[in-house]
Structure formats: C-alpha cells, structure tokens
Design a protein around this ligand. Structure first.
Ligand code: CU
Ligand code: ZN
Length: 168
C-alpha cells in the first residue's frame, strides 16, 4: 500500500515536469545516404521556448567526430547532396562553432566504434515555427564525412556530404 502510494506520486510529478518541454511545434528529418555512404537516421526537432531540442539516432557512419549542419535548401536530389546549398545563414555571419557562426552550424557529432551517434542537443538561433525568419522547415540536414573545424569559412572544412534529409 505504502509503496504504490509513493509510486503514484512520482508518476504525477514526472508527468507535470515533462509537459512544458513538448508543447512547441515539432519537425522531423529522415536522413538518407549521399556520396555513396551507408549513413542513415532519423531526427526530431522540438521547439522549447526560444530554443530547439534535436534528438535522434544516426547509424552507418565511420567512427569519429563528424560535421553536422542545417543547409539552406531542402533539396537532397544530387548524389553528393550539393543541391542543399550552403549552411543556413539567415543572419549573414561567418562559419563557426554552434552559437558562434551560422544558424545552421550544429557542430560535430561523435560516432562510436559501431558508427552510431545518439543526438541530443539544444540549439539557439533556429526555429521550428514555419514563418520565423530563422525557421528550419523545408531546409536540409547534412551529416559530413569529416570533422568541422569551427573556423574555415563558409564550410568548416567538414568534407563531403555523407547524408542528407529535408526537415518537414
Ligand atoms: Cu554541412
Ligand atoms: Zn557554417
């Protein structure tokens, strides 16, 4: 009796705590391989106040630290995904680290020995709201084959485009 009483209280509290986090608009991306890689994955973007939480899983990469960006055009049709254009850059800044460069500069992801990355980021400077000037709906997410150096403008010297998906 005592145990189930406390279990019930815990359930109610955790439900309350998680409600505000999932209240904003949500978008998803299905990443598909480009440039002949085996990379694929799924991501979810959720508006949380003035920030966006990005979660999901990407597999099929080589182990290591790999560049991860939102690109301007939601067009993954080219085999090398160059059709997605440059980094999403509504504020016309130079390339950099997350929060210090283009709005689309999401940094690097760490892929483990199995070539898998678990994504759990909170990002400023972008929006899931369709009509916002920094809105990401209809743009593309790119996973690169190399590491973003947070410095080289405008690409981060992150190498080829290993996966691409349109945010919808
Ligand atoms: Cu990129
Ligand atoms: Zn950039």
């Amino acid at each position: 009796m005592r145990t189930s009483f406390f279990a019930a209280i815990t359930l109610v509290l955790s439900a309350c705590a998680s409600t505000p986090e999932s209240s904003g608009p949500t978008a998803t991306v299905a990443l598909r391989s480009a440039s002949g890689t085996k990379i694929s994955g799924n991501l979810t973007f959720v508006q949380v106040g003035d920030q966006v939480r990005v979660t999901g899983e990407i597999t099929g990469h080589t182990p290591g630290v790999k560049g991860f960006h939102i690109h301007d055009k939601g067009d993954c049709s080219a085999p090398d995904a160059m059709s997605a254009g440059g980094h999403f850059n509504p504020t016309k800044t130079q390339h950099g680290a997350p929060g210090a460069g283009h709005a689309g500069d999401l940094g690097n992801l760490v892929f483990n020995e199995s070539g898998k990355a678990t994504v759990n980021l909170t990002v400023r400077g972008i929006s899931v709201n369709k009509n916002a000037s920094n809105g990401i709906i209809g743009r593309a997410v790119i996973v690169h084959v190399g590491t973003d150096d947070f410095k080289t403008d405008p690409t981060g010297n992150a190498g080829g485009r290993g996966a691409c998906g349109v945010i919808s």
